[in-house]
Design a protein around this ligand. Structure first.
Ligand SMILES: *[C@@H]1O[C@H](CO)[C@@H](O)[C@H](O)[C@H]1NC(C)=O
Ligand SMILES: *[C@@H]1O[C@H](CO)[C@@H](O)[C@H](O)[C@H]1NC(C)=O
Ligand SMILES: *[C@@H]1O[C@H](CO)[C@@H](O)[C@H](O)[C@H]1NC(C)=O
Ligand SMILES: *[C@@H]1O[C@H](CO)[C@@H](O)[C@H](O)[C@H]1NC(C)=O
Ligand SMILES: *[C@@H]1O[C@H](CO)[C@@H](O)[C@H](O)[C@H]1NC(C)=O
Ligand SMILES: *[C@@H]1O[C@H](CO)[C@@H](O)[C@H](O)[C@H]1NC(C)=O
Ligand SMILES: *[C@@H]1O[C@H](CO)[C@@H](O)[C@H](O)[C@H]1NC(C)=O
Ligand SMILES: *[C@@H]1O[C@H](CO)[C@@H](O)[C@H](O)[C@H]1NC(C)=O
Ligand SMILES: *[C@@H]1O[C@H](CO)[C@@H](O)[C@H](O)[C@H]1NC(C)=O
Ligand SMILES: *[C@@H]1O[C@H](CO)[C@@H](O)[C@H](O)[C@H]1NC(C)=O
Ligand SMILES: *[C@@H]1O[C@H](CO)[C@@H](O)[C@H](O)[C@H]1NC(C)=O
Ligand SMILES: *[C@@H]1O[C@H](CO)[C@@H](O)[C@H](O)[C@H]1NC(C)=O
Length: 423
């Protein structure tokens, strides 16, 4: 006998808590499956701060709270193959939803979709553009143990596309089994009294999650020093085939902003050279791996190389499990003619994902056709092009000098003229 398939949410209950003046409503959504048992449960409070353009072309902040008329159409139980969806609609054309996916052991929130309607004159009295605006934000929540209920009393919030979404008193569980809400709680890190200050490497394997960055302690990323520049090379046999000089800094904005400088002293270079593709793999000896893949663009009339892919992996210090793995294979940066090297002394940013950037400093790289262990002629990035500035500065100084001379001359003439007159 096949067990009942839990795919669609059939019935759905919704209770509203106290919604007073200046007070947000608590929303409770209980999605039932085909056999009339709970498959998705959530109770939470939220509000939104929205910056919008007024018809006098300046920007105003509106605060959007949940009203007492909340509906819940479109929520879905989810399954192994289908994402669960928690969706609510409220007020004059506003809606909010979050979808969840799961694997064998965990579930996680994927995307939050929020639509606000600037047509709602009670909230946006003087909006320049009237109508719905939809934003989609990738949720930063860590995966949570299946059958655990996620609880976060502390306020969490995040800002994206001129909207700050604020949540508190959250209790939620997608993929509920047997209609029973989990007895085990996974608390967000903000609720955990011993919330470690350096969140990422140490706390990452804790299954608690914070929906996003907490607003109250807006700890800016520690203003780290610029990283030390390292020299890296690869060899085939006894011949150098790839050269790279670079200072590297990771900027991780999961949970809390975090800057990590790569220490060249402990960093080991590995990888592969090739005729059309080369990969430099850096391992900082402290559980951070960064791979750079360069390719040759053969279709161009002049053969060029460029950086195509960057892959960053952070491992847990204790057990070596993967904390974060990010890959972007869609770059076309750092390009130069084949046989030359590429140089960029200024800070550059490689955006691997929304949450992870790699900053480079004092970059000089040659992934192909290295001759005699030395860099070939460098093609510099436009940022470095100070050479154009020099003539401008000199020219400006000269122009200033000429003006001064002319003024001095005129004053001189006047004076001497006046002088002669009195004589
Ligand atoms: C689901 O169960 C509730 C009580 O638990 C009952 O009131 C309701 O009628 C049931 N709905 C369906 C569609 O069976
Ligand atoms: C979750 O929602 C986002 C935004 O609507 C959508 O792009 C994405 O495909 C959804 N994910 C799944 C697994 O359905
Ligand atoms: C899920 O579990 C099955 C069987 O236990 C296993 O073969 C599979 O690799 C697991 N998948 C993941 C993503 O852990
Ligand atoms: C801006 O909108 C408000 C409300 O719709 C209206 O009263 C006002 O006259 C508008 N101002 C301009 C400059 O359009
Ligand atoms: C704005 O709201 C009014 C009343 O709710 C409705 O008649 C109108 O069609 C809406 N306009 C847009 C652009 O949504
Ligand atoms: C956000 O606000 C700025 C003005 O501060 C505006 O230029 C920009 O277009 C807005 N972005 C969105 C997505 O509304
Ligand atoms: C959150 O819930 C607790 C207990 O249900 C309640 O005492 C508290 O006032 C709530 N917090 C807010 C900000 O509403
Ligand atoms: C759900 O019920 C099945 C069969 O009764 C049981 O094997 C399973 O452990 C239950 N799951 C949970 C989370 O209680
Ligand atoms: C490098 O290898 C080649 C051939 O294997 C050899 O002739 C040469 O002497 C080596 N050079 C050095 C510096 O070891
Ligand atoms: C290793 O990384 C951790 C966390 O980023 C840092 O606190 C520690 O100082 C690093 N150790 C070394 C030797 O770089
Ligand atoms: C990124 O690097 C890690 C570690 O080297 C590797 O396991 C992973 O497969 C790589 N991902 C991609 C997409 O290349
Ligand atoms: C996290 O890592 C620590 C240290 O390796 C380990 O003791 C703990 O069991 C891990 N927790 C989880 C939930 O994996």
């Amino acid at each position: 006998m096949a067990p009942p398939r839990r795919t669609a949410g059939l019935a759905l209950l919704l209770f509203l808590g106290a919604c007073g003046f200046f007070q947000s409503c608590a929303v409770e959504v209980d999605v039932k499956d085909a056999s009339n048992v709970t498959c998705l449960y959530a109770q939470w409070m939220m509000k939104f701060l929205i910056k919008y353009e007024t018809n006098s072309s300046d920007y105003k902040n509106a605060s959007l709270d949940l009203t007492s008329t909340v509906t819940h159409n479109g929520s879905i139980c989810g399954s192994d193959t289908q994402a669960a969806l928690l969706a609510v609609q409220f007020g004059d054309g506003h809606s909010w939803s979050v979808n969840f996916t799961k694997n064998n052991e965990t579930y996680r929130a994927e995307f939050i979709t929020f639509t606000y309607n600037t047509n709602d004159t009670a909230v946006f009295p003087d909006a320049r553009r009237q109508g719905p605006v939809t934003i989609v934000v990738k949720d930063a929540m860590h995966p949570i143990q299946l059958n655990n209920v996620f609880v976060c009393h502390h306020t969490t919030s995040f800002e994206a596309e001129n909207v700050t979404q604020i949540f508190w008193n959250v209790t939620m569980q997608p993929f509920v089994q047997n209609g029973t809400i989990g007895k085990k709680e996974s608390r967000c890190s903000a609720d955990t009294p011993t919330a470690a200050p350096t969140v990422l490497p140490t706390v990452a394997n804790v299954t608690t999650a914070s929906t996003t960055v907490s607003p109250a302690p807006t700890t800016a990323p520690t203003p780290a020093e610029n990283p030390v520049t390292g020299n890296y090379s690869l060899k085939t046999g006894n011949k150098t085939c790839l050269l790279a000089t670079v200072g590297l800094q990771l900027n991780i904005s999961q949970n809390k902003p975090l800057l990590i400088n790569i220490d060249p002293k402990t960093t080991h270079a590995d990888g592969t050279c090739g005729n059309t593709s080369a990969t430099l793999k850096l391992n900082d000896g402290n559980r951070t791996l960064i791979d750079f893949t360069f390719v040759v663009n053969a279709s161009a009339s002049v053969q060029k190389f460029y950086l195509k892919e960057v892959n960053v992996t952070l491992l847990n210090h204790q057990n070596g499990s993967v904390i974060l793995s990010a890959d972007n294979n869609n770059f076309s940066k750092w390009d130069a003619s084949l046989g030359n090297s590429y140089m960029c002394r200024k800070e550059q940013t490689l955006e691997i994902t929304e949450d992870l950037q790699v900053h480079t400093f004092n970059l000089w790289v040659q992934p192909f056709l290295v001759k005699e262990n030395k860099f070939s002629i460098a093609q510099e990035c436009s940022l470095d092009d100070d050479t154009i500035l020099v003539p401008i500065v000199v020219g400006a100084a000269l122009a200033g000098l000429i003006v001064i001379i002319v003024i001095a001359y005129i004053i001189g003439r006047r004076k001497s003229y006046a002088g002669y007159q009195t004589l």
